[in-house]
Design a protein around this ligand. Structure first.
Ligand code: FAD
Length: 219
């Protein structure tokens, strides 16, 4: 959670650019999706430490409460959801790609939106699920939100679905009678490419699919 006194809020799905400056003047800038619902003066990020990375290990392992950094945003006009939108929403996330989708789920709850949401979230194992407790609570509520968790490496002992990468059967088909579903896909490049291809095979029109790519691999 970052305190940012001049922050006036954001739309769910948007991101910020963080800039780190070392004592020797070396700077590095990376993008991070905002995981919280819109609020004045603060925002939450979810960072996965990338082995050998410059910025993410610092943010996860070294940065301490009270440390400061430069932050620019909110950024992004396409990968956005606001409570004015009433159509059904399908969220498809891989790994830390849950971050902007979490912002959408939280914004929906904060605004008491009735738009039907369906989250399909792929993680390596149950231990790699970000926001596991919050997602469990959401999945138990009679709130118009469906949560499907799937695992790529190994799942729980009694899972009906064998562990494996996202496949056609994991995604709901487009249902024209419901009106056009808005689809948001976020995660590592390979995950997003695969998911987008499967969604097209499932009949979702290209214009309904919005994607955000985090980087090379992982998930
Ligand atoms: C719009 C946007 C939003 C993003 N939001 C988030 C977010 O919410 N949470 C989050 O954790 N990350 C997010 N990312 C990814 C983030 O910007 C960085 O790319 C990531 O943290 C790695 O930075 P680094 O400096 O640690 O690694 P780098 O020093 O940039 O890279 C080190 C090595 O890791 C590889 N690498 C780079 N990025 C990744 C990756 N994502 N997965 C696996 N390997 C990688 C590189 O190819 C390189 O070999 C987002 C990216 C974009 C473009």
């Amino acid at each position: 959670m970052f305190e940012a006194p001049e922050w006036v809020g954001h739309d769910a799905g948007q991101h910020v650019d963080l800039k780190l400056t070392a004592e020797d003047g070396f700077t590095a800038q990376r993008s991070y999706s905002i995981a919280s619902a819109s609020a004045h003066g603060r925002l939450e990020l979810t960072v996965q430490s990338v082995s050998g990375g410059v910025v993410s290990p610092y943010l996860v392992d070294t940065m301490a409460v009270g440390d400061e950094l430069q932050l620019r945003g909110p950024i992004g006009g396409w990968f956005r959801w606001t409570e004015q939108l009433v159509e059904p929403v399908l969220l498809v996330g891989g790994g830390s790609g849950i971050a902007p989708l979490m912002a959408m789920l939280r914004q929906r709850a904060q605004a008491s939106s009735l738009a039907p949401f369906h989250l399909v979230y792929s993680a390596r194992t149950p231990d790699h699920v970000f926001y596991a407790n919050e997602l469990y609570s959401i999945s138990q509520g009679a709130n118009g939100v469906t949560v499907d968790l799937l695992y790529t490496r190994s799942g729980r002992p009694h899972d009906a679905r064998p562990a494996g990468r996202l496949s056609l059967d994991d995604l709901p088909a487009a249902e024209p009678s419901e009106g056009s579903t808005r689809v948001y896909v976020c995660g590592p490049n390979g995950f997003v490419e695969n998911a987008a291809r499967l969604l097209l095979d499932r009949g979702h029109p290209p214009a309904s699919i919005r994607t955000e790519r985090f980087g090379s691999s992982g998930g």
